[in-house]
Design a protein around this ligand. Structure first.
Ligand SMILES: Cc1ncc(COP(=O)(O)O)c(C=O)c1O
Length: 400
């Protein structure tokens, strides 16, 4: 039979975080143990979804047999509006909130509702690859602005300004950032919002890791700074509420001049097109946002030790430099030893030492630089073993 051809626009859609998994499975099938430091899923390691989220799902299960509201139950959207207020947003009601099947669907549909073929949106480099993948699929450009490694990965406002042109539709911020673990200062955030205001562009602020910060790093929501600049803020229960399998995400708009009305109507249309939200997830989002928050402190305390270990061990390796992550659970070390590409190093590390990390080029990075992303969710013994192997490989192969 004739082969069925996929859509041409699907051919270049890449998501480096997942693309390496089949190769890791081959390595495992050959009998080698693989240490997975590639996926930001806390449940793979020693974290559990808080009990009150399970209770919310279990006690409401009989009410969840039918379709759920396509834009989210009113009570769930109210929980998002209350959360927005607690984050410093102004005037956000349940009508400004939409519930999605995880933050990923919020990203995908919010871009679909905005972008026409050939247009562009500014995204950080390094940044989260779902933005770039979806923009590729939409035959749009992701105009990358640099985060400055020498300055705690703050956004380079001049680099941002250069990326704006007549076809630019908005600016994406990821704060705290995946993959760098950086947290924007108020000054930097203000600079980005001012630039958006100057060019009449809406800001999309991905705040998936809002409550995971270390030391004195302070998370400042874009809503608390944006004032009259139209803002879409995205969140999820996957990370802060340790429930990536539940598939609960949201966005809310803060829009004092009603600039986003037509855009929001388009988003509603796309939500209705996919009929429904995941019904049993709705009460769990409410439980997460309205319920006890104790697990967050416990999680951050546990992660802080792993962050400290990761930062110390990586910087002790000759040929590696790593800025200190201040949020999320990722480190993005720089490769300073000689190697053709970061992808080559990551594949060598997987095949020769059984350690899976993700190559920096999968997230975007400044021209001429090479990095890899480490997830520091695993317990200390796994991290130590992985760092031993990374050190061995660099010594044996690249620095001899
Ligand atoms: C920056 C960022 N945004 C959004 C997401 C989407 O997460 P989910 O779809 O599980 O809510 C992730 C997941 O890793 C992320 O890192």
């Amino acid at each position: 039979m004739k082969k069925v051809e996929p859509a041409k626009k699907s051919l270049n859609v890449k998501h480096a975080i997942r693309d390496l998994v089949p190769i890791a499975e081959e390595v495992e099938a050959s009998g080698k143990e693989v240490l997975y430091l590639n996926i930001g899923d806390p449940i793979v390691y020693d974290f559990r979804t808080p009990e009150h989220l399970w209770e919310a799902m279990n006690s409401n299960r009989r009410k969840c047999e039918g379709y759920a509201n396509a834009i989210g139950a009113a009570s769930t959207r109210q929980a998002v509006a209350d959360y927005a207020k607690s984050m410093g947003a102004n005037g956000v009601t349940k009508n400004d909130a939409i519930i999605f099947v995880g933050g990923s669907e919020a990203i995908i549909l919010s871009l679909q509702a905005l972008m026409n073929q050939g247009e562009n949106i500014l995204v950080p480099r390094p940044g989260y690859s779902v933005y770039n993948g979806e923009l590729t699929f939409l035959e749009c450009k992701h105009n990358e602005y640099d985060l400055n490694e020498e300055n705690k990965w703050m956004a380079d406002i001049d680099s941002m300004r250069k990326q704006i042109n007549a076809k630019t539709r908005g600016i994406v911020i990821i704060n705290p950032n995946n993959p760098t673990g950086s947290v924007l200062t108020r000054k930097n955030l203000q600079g980005i919002i001012d630039l958006a205001g100057e060019h009449d562009l809406p800001v999309f602020s991905d705040e998936t890791y809002d409550k995971i910060t270390y030391d004195d790093a302070e998370f400042i929501s874009a809503a608390s700074v944006a004032k009259d600049v139209p803002l879409i803020s995205l969140g999820s229960i996957s990370k802060t509420y340790l429930a990536p399998g539940f598939r609960g995400g949201w966005l809310y708009k803060q829009d004092p001049s009603n600039a986003l009305d037509d855009y929001f109507a388009a988003l509603h249309r796309l939500c209705r097109l996919r009929l429904t939200n995941v019904a049993p997830t709705q009460p769990t989002i409410e439980a997460a946002l309205n319920g006890p928050q104790d697990h967050i402190k416990e999680m951050v305390t546990k992660l802080q030790k792993r962050r400290d270990l990761t930062y110390k061990r990586l910087n002790e390796i000759e040929g590696i430099y790593c800025d200190k992550p201040r949020g999320a659970f990722y480190a993005f070390p720089k490769i300073e030893f000689p190697v053709e590409s970061d992808r080559e190093f990551v594949l060598d590390l997987l095949r020769e030492k059984g350690v899976l990390v993700v190559y920096g080029s999968g997230f975007g990075q400044k021209e001429g630089t090479k990095h890899f992303r480490v997830v520091f969710l695993p317990p200390e013994e796994i991290l130590n073993s992985a760092f031993d192997k990374i050190e061995e490989l660099i010594k044996e192969k690249y620095l001899k």
